[in-house]
Design a protein around this ligand. Structure first.
Ligand code: PLP
Length: 429
């Protein structure tokens, strides 16, 4: 059984080692860390749960750092790209074309031409895109596997903004309402050989994820039974089941694990496991979130209104969702002293952890109970490996912190340099 998340003691140990190793320079006020052993174990664990007919294309939007993309590629996973840039990052990181899954809903004709020439796996979002692909394929001999995104309408998860299988979704075509035209697309386009579904990211239940996959699978099987290609083969050979496996953020145990999800699919969707389909997954958050944490120095502590406000050096720039939608997103907080030792004992006091940005909602935690936080301490923000740096906000021109990976064997390895003022000047010019 693979660990669910990094423990505070493990993070504090890594922080201590990083301080001893001298990786904190004077300019470093925060550092984002990734436990590379944990990340590898998580990837291997996912790979072991599913048969070899599955390709795990990790969603680059969760974490697009090339040094991590390269590492994932070496572990034989693919890369799911939400944009042309992400697909190019995967290409530049050495992914074979067939392991790049290009999913943007707004692909231009130039994007499509490039993707078809490169032979990436391509998921179309709508009929207009299918038409464009069809006319491009008249001039391009492509090895791309091409699919269509559908919405199984299995309902919303607990977070509306990241739920995409409700009655309305801006992505794909609803399977019930558009069943006939989707079926016709498989009959009309001989190159359309894949189907794509993604139910949502974080906040979806096991039942919802399973139902989304099962509903889409029923449709694919129906298409394969009723339509035959001139070569006698059924149209759909690739089934992309999307991501959406939730990561653990809250201190309590998550309501289901990846083992539960894999077992549920084995029980209810055996057709995905018998080799008839090449199955693609697009897990992002679950792969990266729990392998990362952020340490930030406490610059000041001030005490009033019944709370000790600790001002640190990341806020809504790194943790946009947490700060703008605090009821829906959560990161656990621990505190270490200036030497990186975990503060575990002593009287607990009310604290508010404030970021450095210029608005009052820039709070990572409000009125939480922590051992006394003091100037020069380090606040550890748990589970920041996914959808944090990749959502970085430039508001107030904050510098992106350095990112370091560490492993038992390899020690510390810089994954990204911290930004300088000159970098930000170039960005704005
Ligand atoms: C099409 C698609 N695939 C995969 C993902 C990754 O989801 P998660 O990181 O929750 O696994 C997303 C997230 O938005 C997505 O839109």
């Amino acid at each position: 059984m693979h660990a669910i998340r990094l423990k505070a003691t493990e993070m504090s140990r890594a922080l201590r080692r990083s301080l001893e190793a001298g990786i904190w320079k004077e300019a470093d006020r925060s550092i984002i860390f990734h436990d590379l052993d944990f990340l590898e174990k998580r990837v291997r664990h996912i790979q072991n749960l599913f048969p070899g007919s599955f390709l795990h294309a990790v969603a680059a939007k969760a974490n697009p750092l090339p040094r991590l993309l390269e590492r994932l590629r070496r572990w034989d996973v693919g890369s799911e790209a939400a944009t042309m840039t992400e697909a190019r990052l995967a290409e530049m990181s050495g992914y074979p074309s067939r392991h790049i899954v290009f999913d943007s809903p707004a692909k231009t004709s130039d994007d499509l031409r490039y993707a078809l020439r490169a032979g990436w796996h391509l998921n179309a979002d709508n009929p207009g895109e299918l038409e464009r692909i069809d006319s491009l394929l008249k001039e391009i001999a492509s090895e791309s596997v091409i699919g269509l995104r559908v919405n199984p309408r299995v309902g919303m998860g607990t977070i509306a903004a990241t739920s995409v299988a409700g009655d309305y979704s801006k992505f794909g075509l609803p399977l019930d309402e558009c069943a006939e035209s989707i079926k016709q697309a498989y009959a009309r386009y001989p190159w359309l050989t894949a189907i794509h579904v993604h139910v949502g990211s974080q906040g979806c239940s096991l039942n919802q994820l399973e139902k989304g996959v099962r509903t889409t699978l029923d449709f694919a099987l129906m298409v394969n039974e009723t339509i035959r290609r001139p070569n006698g083969l059924p149209p759909i050979s690739h089934f992309d089941m999307g991501g959406g496996m939730p990561a653990a953020y809250l201190p309590k145990e998550p309501s289901f694990t990846i083992d539960d999800y894999a077992q549920r699919l084995r029980d209810s969707c055996p057709e995905l496991f018998d080799g008839r389909f090449r199955v693609i997954t697009e897990f992002g958050r679950f792969v990266h979130a729990n392998a990362g944490f952020t340490a930030s120095r406490v610059e000041y502590v001030k005490s009033y209104a019944g709370t000790r406000t600790a001002v640190i050096h990341v806020g809504a720039d790194l943790l946009m969702r947490r700060c703008y939608m605090p009821d829906q997103w959560y990161h656990h907080i621990s505190v270490c002293d200036a030497e990186g030792r975990l503060k575990e004992t002593g009287a607990m006091e009310q604290h508010t952890i404030a970021g450095p940005l210029c608005f009052n909602g820039d709070l990572i935690a409000k009125d939480i109970s922590l051992p006394r936080v003091e100037e020069g301490d380090y606040v550890l923000i748990h589970d920041t490996g996914a959808y944090t740096l990749s959502m970085w906000s430039r508001h107030t021109s904050r510098l992106i912190p350095a990112v370091w990976g560490y492993s038992e064997k390899g020690g510390f390895e810089q994954l990204k340099k911290g930004e300088t003022v000159e970098d930000v000047y170039r960005f704005w010019r």
